[in-house]
Structures are given as structure tokens and as C-alpha cells.
Design a protein around this ligand. Structure first.
Ligand code: URA
Length: 435
């Protein structure tokens, strides 16, 4: 096979077969195809697209570039969730203990935050001592003991994705639905799962801003998972405002603890219970998603979900005293309040800007090398549709960076569109489908 011929084939809008895709991925991963040729292939694929079959071949080739974890020695269905991420999206911290408390095995390999969105690993690492870098044998051991484990991508998992993602990042080929699908699914399928719940976000704080693109991504992810005989339920959910009220790593752990303790769920609890409900159903511990949601609510109300979270934190080396007494966590140097500049109804929020404001305060990173301040972030109070009076408290900022306070206040007030007209209520879960 000849790399130039394969690039030409994609350039001419022809489909590649499984052997051809394997050739490209295998040889690129072994450093036998140079970056300039693989970049040309990526761009041809970005512009001309890949069929569902090609997407499945890409996923398979990337998946088998590394290890597929075998969890057969651990009894029970293994179900995970993948979210495309957003602002204040901390549902993994809530649904993993809930699903585990319901008897599901949750093997979760998560990512870090980049740009305006947060990452589960950074949130967990806000808990002092919490080890997200477990070896695969420890990963299995924690999963077996308590039913859930949350770690970062190891060098054994889909190494081709790591290389290809870095190249996509610098060749303007990230935003391709088939390439995103293969990247996400190669990592998820390596976990050793039986089923997957997908939460594809849509709106101003999402990776996919338009509803149509979000549906297309959800379908592509779900069809690819199905081609590997995995059961899938996909949700398209709103990301036009922060999920819950807390944004920032420790702040999000804090809010998760509140939901796990059965406090007022709000949009965050509602979405978390829907996702864990779907996981419980896929794992065979409920006869419908609706029953799975009821089980989830019950596990939050009766304290079992919180106990399970404590168990996970303990087994992964985290400080459980701070989970039991979260108010003892170290405080930021500055806690500043932001007030509404006018009266009216909150019509919309530029949620991307709110995510970036949190990053500015120290809660996120612009490059993978940036260091995160786990204490930093925002409590964002109003939801879209709220009636606001000039001078009302809209947000609280937590940071050690004094110089960031004034520009972030401006960013937050600038992100709010307040007018005399009451907006249409937002639907949190836009649609869902299963395969
Ligand atoms: N997340 C991934 O893991 N891969 C992509 O390509 C995009 C988002």
C-alpha cells in the first residue's frame, strides 16, 4: 500500500477500506508515516468526510493501537458515561457513585479541562491526595472493591489517538465529526465497557454550538458504539447556561457533595439522575430509564450515594475528612461579588465567556502545561428566565489573582443579556435516543 495513493483516494472523495485505514493509523503510530503526509490525509478527510463504516474502521484501528482492558473477571455490567463537556458540568462526580451504589460497575477514564470547559480529572484532583493516575491493575482492583473508578488516560489506552489529536490540534482538523467520534470512542471502548450513556451538549458553552451538529455528533458516536455491539443511550442537553451554580474544580466537588447528600437537585441533579438512571437501566438494574431515575433519587436521598462517593475517594487515596466537612477546604485570597447592572429578565448568557471567566480566575488552562488553582472559580446564581433587579447579586468570584477581578467582573456582566421581555423557558434535556 502507498500512503500517497490513499491520500489521493480520500482527496477524490472515495471511501477507504479497513485495510487501508489500518495501514495509515498503524504506520503513523509507528512513526513510519511523517506528520506532513498524515496532515494531508486528515485535511482530505476533514473536507470530504468519512462514511459511518470508515469512522468505525478509524475507531477500531485507534482502539487496537493500544490495550483494550478486559474486565471479565469482575462480575456485573460495566457502564460508563461520556459528556462532550461544558461549563459547570460535574455530572460524572455524581452519577458514578449513584450508579455504583445501584450495583453497576463504572470504569471511567476521563480527561482534563482545556479552554472554557472543565475536566473531571482536575475536579477530582482538587480533593487532596486523590490519585487519578492508577495503574491498570489498581484500576481493576478499585472497580472490583467499590464498583467505580475514575482515572486519566494511561499510555496503554489508544496511543494513536494521543498522537493524532496533537496533530489535529495544529492542523485545524479538530472539528470533524468522524474524527471526534473515533477519538472519543477509541478511548471509551478501551475501558472494557458493555454500554455507554452519552451526554452531547449544545449551546453557547458547548463544544458543538448548534443543535444540528450536536445531534449529528451524538448519532455518529452512538452508531459507532453500536458497531462494536455496545448498548447506547444518547442525550442532547442544554449548555446555554452553567450546569448547577458552581464552576471551578473544588467548587464543583462541593456542589456534587450537596447533590449526593440529597439537597435540592436543580438542573444539575435532574440531569445527573437522568444520566445515572440510563446507566442503571443499561446495566440491567432497572426495567426502564424512568425506574433508573427513581432509584437514583432514592440513593441520593438515603445517603447511599454519598457513602459510595466516600468509598471511591478513600480507595483512590483522597482526603475523606474534607468530603465530610467541605467547609474546611482552604479559601481563596479574594472573594468578590458581582451585581446586576440593570433590571429585567435574564434572556441569555454567553456561557463560553462565563467558562473563560472561570479560567481567568485560575480554574482552567489555555495549554495543557498551565497550572490550575483548585480553589478558584465562580458561583453563578441566576438561571435564564430569572427576574433580576439592578444591584442583585449575580455571581461570586474566588481567586488568588487580584489583577483578574476587575476584568472578570466586566466579562460576567457583559455575558448577561437582560431585557424587559421574558424569554422562552429552556429545555434541559432536548432529546434522547437509544440504540
Ligand atoms: N474530545 C476528544 O477526546 N477528542 C476529540 O477529538 C474532541 C474532543
Amino acid at each position: 500500500m502507498n500512503t500517497v495513493e490513499l491520500i489521493r483516494k480520500k482527496r477524490e472523495r472515495k471511501n477507504l477500506d479497513e485495510n487501508e485505514i489500518n495501514f495509515l493509523i498503524e504506520n503513523y503510530t509507528k512513526n513510519k508515516i511523517p506528520d506532513y503526509q498524515f496532515s494531508a490525509f486528515l485535511m482530505a478527510g476533514y473536507l470530504n468526510g468519512f462514511s459511518a463504516k470508515e469512522t468505525s474502521f478509524l475507531t477500531k484501528a485507534m482502539l487496537y493501537s493500544g490495550k483494550v482492558i478486559n474486565l471479565n473477571s469482575i462480575p456485573g455490567k460495566k457502564i460508563d458515561k461520556h459528556s462532550t463537556g461544558g461549563v459547570g458540568d460535574k455530572t460524572s462526580l455524581i452519577l458514578a457513585p449513584i450508579a455504583a451504589a445501584a450495583g453497576i460497575k463504572v470504569p471511567m477514564i476521563s480527561g482534563r479541562g482545556l479552554g472554557h470547559t472543565g475536566g473531571t480529572l482536575d475536579k477530582l484532583e482538587a480533593i487532596p491526595g486523590f490519585n487519578t493516575g492508577l495503574e491498570l491493575n489498581e484500576y481493576k482492583s478499585v472497580l472490583k472493591k467499590c464498583g467505580a473508578v475514575l482515572i486519566g488516560q494511561t499510555k496503554e489506552i489508544a496511543p494513536a489517538d494521543k498522537l493524532i489529536y496533537s496533530l489535529r490540534d495544529v492542523t485545524a482538523t479538530v472539528e470533524s465529526i468522524p474524527l471526534i467520534t473515533a477519538s472519543i470512542m477509541s478511548k471509551k471502548l478501551a475501558e472494557g465497557i458493555d454500554g455507554l450513556v452519552l451526554d452531547v451538549k449544545t449551546g453557547s458553552g458547548a463544544f458543538m454550538k448548534s443543535y444540528e451538529d450536536s445531534v449529528a455528533l451524538a448519532k455518529s458516536l452512538a452508531l459507532t458504539a453500536k458497531s462494536f455491539n455496545k448498548k447506547v443511550i444518547a442525550f442532547i442537553t442544554d449548555m446555554n447556561q452553567p450546569l448547577g451554580h458552581y464552576i471551578g474544580n473544588w467548587l464543583e466537588v462541593y456542589e456534587s457533595i450537596k447533590i449526593l447528600n440529597g439537597e435540592e437537585p436543580g438542573d444539575l441533579g435532574e440531569l445527573s439522575f437522568n444520566l445515572s438512571g440510563a446507566m442503571i437501566y443499561l446495566g440491567g438494574k432497572a426495567s426502564s430509564v424512568k425506574e433508573g431515575i427513581e432509584i437514583s433519587r432514592e440513593l441520593a436521598a438515603n445517603g447511599k450515594a454519598f457513602q459510595k462517593f466516600l468509598e471511591i475517594v478513600k480507595l483512590q487515596g483522597g482526603n475523606t475528612d474534607l468530603i465530610k466537612s467541605p467547609h474546611k477546604y482552604p479559601e481563596s485570597k479574594y472573594n468578590e461579588k458581582v451585581y446586576a447592572e440593570k433590571s429585567g429578565f435574564l434572556n441569555s448568557i454567553d456561557n463560553y465567556e462565563v467558562g473563560m471567566a472561570s479560567l481567568d480566575l485560575g480554574a482552567g488552562r489555555l495549554t495543557m502545561a498551565d497550572k490550575i488553582d483548585p480553589k478558584a472559580g465562580i458561583i453563578f446564581y441566576p438561571k435564564i428566565g430569572a427576574k433580576i433587579k439592578k444591584g442583585d447579586l449575580v455571581a461570586e468570584l474566588f481567586t488568588d489573582k487580584k489583577e483578574k477581578i476587575a476584568p472578570v467582573k466586566k466579562k460576567i456582566t457583559g455575558a448577561l443579556k437582560i431585557s424587559g421581555k421574558s424569554p422562552q423557558p429552556l429545555k434541559l434535556i432536548k432529546t434522547s435516543f437509544s440504540y
